[in-house]
Design a protein around this ligand. Structure first.
Ligand code: HAM
Length: 433
């Protein structure tokens, strides 16, 4: 039998050299979550389908890798993590809020595969449960901004922020009928020409006049605080509170020092049905890639799974689009796979000594490899080079007789003789440990 060695479409075989950049990126995101006091959880990657199908259906429901298992349970690989977290919150009624959670994991969606859009992909979800106020919204956005600041990409990225309630009520106040249909089209506005946008709206039953109005109304965009007055004028009385909230968010983002990365954009809707107010997405400033992350407020989702109502806000960082951005910015790879020290045994007789050195150096926290195959000096050196070893510690019988070992610096090729009992001290002095 011949086996097809290619991975399934939209899934990737990431070997160590490629995976290194992903690992570094995950570390940066998780480190940021920890800095903001989020705690890590480890939820399942398969869940009951009903977590997604019980609520209003959205784009994700159609894309699920859903099946019936051998126990006749209707389950799915998770297409996203938010309903799962809502389940965890509902289940543990003893948890005192605020609850701040993060976790990274794989998700699966049967999507049309394009650059930055895969069928198996990774997200880190960062959410705050139990806080209704705008401070939680600001903290979530500031945490996201902090990730891009660390990556030095903050001036290459734009966060687009909106409030669904505002959009809906502005459309309604201007007499637009079929607002729900209209909002679905608005969600894709960025990807369409003006004519396509108007056509899509009229195809869904809006009059041409209404379609033109939707186009005009959703054009409000720019720095948050500069748009408040216009919003106040366009928004009906009953959502002036949402305008005030947007203003407070703008002010809070100024205090966090991240306002310059953020723009208000009335055309951001987001495809997931559970968002109740704030929605936001990040794009590369040239607008070529799909969203780098997306999130928003979902104050009712936890409550749909039981009798405990818990407001929530959060986002999921999507890795594939950010990797594409790093490539575009010539920042890829972010780091290379390396081994700190390769311990080379010149002959079989010094193997035990070499293993002792390897153990000692590992205890010092270094990544260390030794010869496993009894290869020649040259072959071992070649292997150490292939593995990107920074140092090679050469153990030879004759050197040992003189109480010495040799340290080779792989970048310069320089070699130095060291007292055999002072290897660790030497590396310490060099700040290598
Ligand atoms: P989402 O917008 O569906 O939101 O996904 C968030 C991010 O995950 C996207 O912006 C994108 O970077 C990445 N992503 C989504 N689908 C794919 C794909 N097929 N291939 C590669 N990357 C992808 C959610 O998933 C919400 N659960 C986020 C959330 C968390 N809202 C509140 N808390």
């Amino acid at each position: 039998m011949t086996i097809n060695l290619e991975s399934l479409k939209g899934t990737y075989d990431r070997y160590p050299d490629k995976w290194e950049t992903w690992k570094k990126l995950i570390e940066t995101v998780e480190e940021t979550a920890e800095e903001f006091g989020f705690r890590q959880i480890d939820p399942p990657s398969i869940e009951r389908q009903e977590l997604w199908t019980e609520k209003k259906e959205d784009s994700v429901t159609d894309e699920m890798y859903a099946f019936t298992d051998k126990g006749d349970n209707e389950i799915t690989l998770i297409p996203e993590a938010t309903p799962g977290r809502a389940r965890l919150m509902q289940k543990r009624k003893d948890l005192k809020t605020p609850v701040k959670w993060y976790s990274t994991g794989k998700r699966w969606r049967y999507e049309d595969v394009t650059k930055g859009r895969d069928r198996e992909f990774r997200q880190t979800d960062i959410d705050i449960f139990g806080i209704e106020s705008v401070e939680a919204d600001a903290e979530i956005i500031a945490a996201a901004a902090s990730i891009f600041q660390k990556l030095g990409l903050d001036n290459r990225v734009e966060f687009k922020i909106n409030d669904r309630k505002l959009l809906e009520s502005i459309l309604e106040a201007h007499g637009i009928e079929k607002t729900e249909e209209a909002m679905k089209v608005v969600d894709d506005k960025e990807k369409m020409t003006k004519e396509e946008f108007l056509e899509d709206l009229t195809d869904r039953g809006l009059t041409r006049e209404d379609a033109e109005q939707v186009d005009q109304l959703t054009d409000i965009s720019g720095p948050i605080l500069e748009n408040i007055e216009e919003l106040r004028k366009k928004a009906p009385e009953e959502v002036q509170e949402s305008v005030d909230r947007m203003e407070s968010l703008g002010e809070a983002l100024e205090s966090y020092g991240v306002a310059s990365m953020c723009r208000f954009d009335l055309s951001i809707v987001r495809g997931l049905a559970y968002y109740t107010g704030l929605v936001f997405e990040a794009f590369d400033s040239e607008g070529e890639l799909r969203a780098l992350f997306g999130g928003g407020r979902y104050d009712e989702l936890v409550g749909t799974f039981g009798d405990r109502e818990v407001p929530a806000v959060g986002f999921a960082f999507g890795y594939s689009p950010t990797i594409e951005l790093l490539k575009k910015e010539d920042r890829y790879p972010l780091s290379e796979v390396e081994t700190d020290v390769y311990v080379l045994s010149v002959s079989e007789s010094v193997r035990d000594v070499a293993l002792d050195y390897a153990t000692t150096l590992r205890e010092e926290g270094l990544s260390v490899e030794t010869d496993l195959t009894g290869r020649s000096f040259g072959q071992q050196l070649g292997y150490a080079d292939d593995m990107n070893a920074k140092r090679v510690l050469i153990i030879g019988e004759r050197d040992l007789e003189n109480d010495e070992v040799t340290m080779k610096h792989m970048d310069s090729g320089e070699e130095e003789a060291l007292d055999k009992d002072e290897v660790v001290e030497h590396l310490e002095k060099e700040d290598f440990l």
